[in-house]
Design a protein around this ligand. Structure first.
Ligand code: URA
Length: 205
């Protein structure tokens, strides 16, 4: 919708300090989303997993990772011997960013300014949960956690990175294990995710 961004009826204030996610106007994404999707899980979980943003199912449900990517993540957690109940799951961006394609709402990668605006919420969750290990699921989460827009996912595989008092592991985004073009890649990506989650379990306390 051309011109939408300059519409005076769409409020944004990057310096706003909202009390609730649904009152957040730090970026524009609130406008087209059904609701903000906060992280979910035990208040002091030893492991926190950070995705990119809610998908279509999460936007409707108001909960993170309940759609296809969430089911894949559940399988990977089970295979790694981690119970989902022991994990706090959240996203770098809390509102679903999408564009219409026919009747479907297609995921759109959030812009860096949206990731930056939403760090306000991620930082609160990190402070509250205080996990011993944080797993970045995909490049958007890694960039948000490292506060580095140029961070490259594959440079962080199989190693721990320390930043701002966090111990960070990085792996593929679970959606990539669903949509990679060939079955061999999907299998390899899934195996990499399982291996990272098993690593997180070993070092979590
Ligand atoms: N993909 C994500 O990154 N997060 C979700 O919550 C669902 C899909």
């Amino acid at each position: 919708r051309p011109g939408r961004r300059s519409s005076p009826s769409i409020e944004t204030d990057p310096d706003q300090q909202p009390k609730t996610l649904d009152a957040c106007r730090r970026c524009l994404l609130w406008h087209d989303a059904t609701q903000g999707v906060p992280g979910a899980g035990p208040a002091h979980a030893p492991i926190m997993m950070v995705g990119e943003q809610p998908g279509d199912s999460e936007d409707r449900a108001g909960e993170p990772f309940v759609g296809p990517a969430g089911r894949l993540l559940d399988d990977a957690l089970r295979e790694a011997g981690v119970t989902r109940r022991a994990v706090f799951v959240t996203n770098a961006v809390k509102h679903f960013k999408w564009e219409p394609r026919g009747k479907r709402r297609m995921h759109k990668t959030p812009a860096q300014r949206e990731v930056d605006a939403c760090r306000y919420w991620l930082e609160r969750e990190l402070a509250q949960v205080s996990p011993s290990v944080v797993v970045a699921l995909g490049a958007t989460a890694l960039k948000a956690l490292l506060e580095d827009a140029h961070a490259r996912l594959q440079a962080h595989f199989d190693k721990t990175t320390h930043h701002n008092g966090l111990t960070i592991l990085a792996t593929w985004h679970p959606s990539y294990a669903l949509r990679a073009p060939d079955p061999e890649t999907r299998q390899r990506v899934y195996g990499d995710i399982v291996r990272t989650l098993a690593h997180a379990k070993r070092i979590a306390h």
